[in-house]
Design a protein around this ligand. Structure first.
Ligand code: ATP
Ligand code: MG
Length: 617
């Protein structure tokens, strides 16, 4: 089961500050600060309006009620109604003010995350479980929006309300005020302890949501395998276990919340009770007016909610802080630098670059060494001093045992992974000296797994071309890749392919991926076993069409079958992390035992293919 191997940053070790974490949101909140600020002011106002109500009550009890003046009581009731309506309207206005800008903040942050994910190197995605990324883009951002909408404002509003309310109470009667203030210190201490404990549990819960998302995502994408192997029970069990763990964590959160509520609710309640007793005694002694006691107690009751809500406001702030941490863990990951490396800065350039020199043209690998960043440090590099020259316009087949690093070698050309040492040049130019955009416009790729997107067939193919490409290029590419079936689909090339192209056959997907690779008429073509899913006749037809395309394209083609190898001018054998032999198919068959072994006994088509090559050129 995938968990997040992503190194959890030192958020556990370092004493982490909630406020500092949340302050990182400022750049995203900045654009809406005016609205958020005015909403907060309005909320404070609304809250203070609520605090005027007890004062009106006092006036009513000591005035019209004591004087038995019904018209005065009616007037007081009217005041109360107006105050209530004003409070409600102000709170409504606040909500209206923040709703739209905050969804804009959420959308903005989500867009930034997505943009960033697109620019992160493949090595990052190798390391991170997709569910963790998904949950950061969904649950965590939702938590942040909720934080900005409620806790952020209401921690302020409640703070001000409590201060004003306590002030009013002290002015009414300072002895009673002090009785009410009694629990303040223990409540604050409890909040401090709570915050620390809650922060750790909140983080755990959010990470577990990420793991759960990964399981769901994998089982949806892998539903065919799961069903095919009858693994739905074990998959369900894995899900159940994870969700059980998550439930435990959530329960722990609930228990923490419950304990802080117990303190926050009970202590003030006791204090109010004590104040009531003291107040009644004072009224009986004539030291206090009944109206003052009413005002005092209703103020105290009005403060109950602001005090009680502090518990879950703090909880939500903690969750928002951990969500912010999780969000920025991704945002802080280093993207592929798009800056052109200054010569010699990133890695030593071994030889001066002779641009345009015929001898150095084409695609060259020079002493290329590569090790996956997450490979154990003491393991030998996967590719060790690979030297290979593919001449301009030449197509070179790359052959090697499974797991020998062929796919890896192809990913180095468009810089999906960075070479550990050595360099790769395109027509004499070091690929690190090109911007990624230039590089990827020059090199087109098709990988073993033909990935299609939820879009139309045409859009999927035209992804491989510049912006100006249209139906003409599309038709040509489909013809080259023998993907003319696309025209016969229900809506032609406008037909939507399902998620990951699952509504198409494997060979159909492969041909569309191939069409995507050739549609932009790239100068360099890197194909990772592009024809593996095709039958012999279709493969032969694709080969014939590709030969025309490849005539002016420099191509590196990973091949497993002799029939694919024969497409190429020469063959390179990758073995033991280096190029062990280069030559034509027949030369290598004679000179390299390993090559002969690799090519023999595959499907016995060798002779037939050999014949075809003989008369094919
Ligand atoms: N992202 C990765 N991180 C670490 N190791 C990897 C990664 N991808 C592949 N490897 C390892 O690198 C080795 C070479 O893999 P690669 O996919 O390049 O082989 P291949 O020659 O294309 O094999 P095949 O013929 O089966 O396609 C394998 O041992 C594999 O385990
Ligand atoms: Mg491979």
């Amino acid at each position: 089961m995938l968990t997040t191997p992503a190194p959890a940053p030192d958020h556990l070790a370092e004493k982490r500050s909630t406020v500092r974490a949340l302050l990182r949101l400022w750049p995203y909140v900045r654009p809406v600060r005016a609205r958020l600020g005015s909403a907060a002011v309005i909320a404070v106002l609304a809250s203070c309006v609520g605090l005027v109500i007890p004062l009106v009550l006092k006036w009513m009890v000591d005035g019209p009620v004591a004087d038995r003046d019904p018209s005065g009581v009616w007037l007081g009731a009217l005041y109360l109604l107006l105050l209530g309506v004003a409070e409600a309207l102000l709170f409504g206005l606040r909500r209206w003010l923040v709703a739209r800008p905050l969804s804009a903040v959420e959308a903005g942050m989500r867009a930034a995350l997505y943009r960033h994910l697109q620019r992160l190197p493949v090595a990052f995605h190798d390391r991170w479980a997709s569910g963790q990324l998904l949950s950061r883009g969904t649950t965590d951002l939702m938590l942040l929006r909720m934080f900005l909408a409620f806790p952020l404002t209401f921690l302020l509003v409640n703070g001000v309300t409590i201060l004003v309310g306590v002030g009013i109470m002290l002015v009414q009667d300072w002895t009673l005020g002090l009785v009410i203030l009694g629990p303040a210190v223990p409540v604050m201490i409890t909040c401090g302890i709570f915050e620390k404990k809650y922060s750790a549990v909140a983080r755990r819960a959010q990470d577990q949501v990420g793991d759960l998302t990964t399981v769901v995502e994998e089982s949806v994408l892998g539903v065919r395998i799961i069903k095919g192997f009858g693994r739905h029970r074990s998959q369900a069990r894995a899900f159940h276990e994870l969700s059980h763990t998550l439930r435990g964590t959530e329960l722990r959160k609930a228990r923490l919340l419950a304990s802080i509520w117990a303190v926050i609710v009970t202590l003030p309640e006791v204090a109010i009770g004590a104040a009531l007793v003291v107040g009644v005694v004072q009224v009986a002694d004539g030291a206090l007016s009944a109206g003052t006691l009413v005002a005092f107690l209703s103020t105290a009751l009005a403060l109950r909610w602001p005090v009680e809500s502090i518990g879950f406001l703090l909880a939500m702030s903690q969750e928002a802080a951990t969500a912010t941490d999780r969000y920025f863990e991704v945002m802080d990951a280093e993207v592929e630098s798009d800056a052109v490396a200054p010569p010699g800065a990133e890695r030593p350039v071994h030889r001066p670059v002779h641009t345009g020199s015929g001898r150095l043209g084409g695609l060259r690998f020079e002493s290329v060494r590569f090790r996956y960043p997450d490979a154990p440090p003491d393991s030998p590099p996967l590719l060790d001093r690979v030297d290979l020259h593919i001449r301009p316009g030449e197509s070179m087949a790359l052959v090697g045992a499974t797991g020998s690093g062929k796919t890896t070698l192809t990913t180095l050309v468009p810089r999906l992974h960075e070479v550990t040492d050595g360099r790769i040049t395109l027509d004499g130019e070091d690929i690190t000296a090109l911007s990624r955009e230039e590089l990827r416009a020059m090199v087109a790729v098709a990988f073993e797994e033909p990935t299609l997107f939820s879009a139309s067939v045409g859009e999927n193919v035209l992804m491989g071309a510049g912006d100006g490409a249209g139906d003409e290029e599309l038709g040509r590419a489909l013809a080259v890749a023998q993907a003319d079936f696309a025209h016969a689909l229900p809506q032609g090339t406008g037909t939507q392919v399902g998620e990951q192209g699952l509504s198409l056959s494997g060979g159909q997907r492969q041909r569309l991926a191939l069409a995507r690779a050739v549609v932009g008429r790239p100068r360099f073509l890197v194909l990772d076993d592009p024809l593996s899913a095709l039958d012999v006749h279709t493969e032969a037809a694709v080969e014939a069409a590709l030969r025309q395309v490849l005539a002016d394209t420099t191509a590196l083609i990973v091949a497993h079958r002799p029939s694919t190898v024969l497409l190429a001018d020469r063959v390179a054998l990758l073995s033991g992390g280096r190029i062990a032999a280069v030559g034509t198919h027949h030369e290598l068959l004679r000179t390299s035992a390993e090559y002969a072994h690799l090519m023999s006994g595959l499907d016995g088509r060798e002779d037939h293919e050999g014949l075809r090559e003989g008369d094919g050129r």
